[in-house]
Design a protein. Structure first.
Ligand code: AMP
Length: 209
């Protein structure tokens, strides 16, 4: 069984790579960021959803308890899975370790400059799940998905102010996870400055698949 955690700055490409990997392997993929975004755009805004919305739109982290509950309900230790965006701090990593230890932690390493362009240029097709970037991989017709024709979305939390905050939170909270997993011998660094295909190839090598 492969139990894979992806780590990297917002915009490092972990969403793209984890999605590719889950499509090619059929391992279940859980993206806490996607789950929280679907909560905050849901019609039913109760108190809990309202507080999640506030937190996400300030670029802060949602509580460890709530986030872990979401994970626990979706994975079991006897099957393969891919986590994108969890754990995000050492407390979450400890919760995960006690529940089920990952077999591979893949850190996608990118420069901060590249991350800004990637995030601000990012556009998403919700139905076809295809991602575009206006600088690097634009759609044929601006603003519309090549596959489904749907209107492309610009995530609310991808605006420059929130991105700056998310990068700060990442450095403070998530960066320490590299040492945590390195000490356990689980950390693999992959150069995220390369093309999508090259990064994917290198990830497959790490996983020996
Ligand atoms: P992402 O798309 O992974 O960058 O996540 C977007 C936002 O969702 C983050 O800025 C946080 O507000 C929230 N979020 C995602 N994953 C977690 C997590 N593991 N713990 C707490 N908050 C999270």
């Amino acid at each position: 069984m492969l139990k894979i955690v992806f780590l990297g700055f917002p915009g490092s490409g972990k969403g793209t790579q984890s999605l590719l990997l889950s499509q090619k392997t059929s391992f279940i993929r859980i993206s806490t960021g996607d789950i929280f975004r679907s909560i905050i755009t849901s019609e039913e805004i109760d108190d809990l959803f309202g507080s999640v919305r506030n937190t996400v739109l300030h670029g802060e982290l949602v509580s460890d308890e709530l986030t872990f509950e979401i994970i626990k309900r979706r994975i079991d230790c006897g099957s393969s899975w891919i986590l994108d965006g969890f754990p995000r701090n050492v407390a979450q990593a400890l919760l995960l370790s006690n529940f089920c230890m990952p077999t591979h932690v893949i850190f996608i390493d990118v420069s901060v400059d590249l991350v800004f362009k990637r995030i601000s240029g990012r556009r998403i097709a919700k139905d076809s799940e295809k991602m575009y970037n206006v600088y690097f991989s634009p759609p044929k017709q601006e603003g519309y998905c090549d596959i489904s024709g749907e209107v492309l979305l610009h995530r609310e939390d991808d605006s420059p102010d929130i991105v700056k905050k998310r990068l700060e939170v990442y450095e403070r909270e998530t960066q320490p996870l590299l040492a945590y997993y390195e000490n356990k011998g689980l950390l693999h660094r992959v150069d995220g400055n390369l093309s999508i295909d090259e990064v994917y190839h290198n990830i497959k090598e790490v996983l020996s698949i």
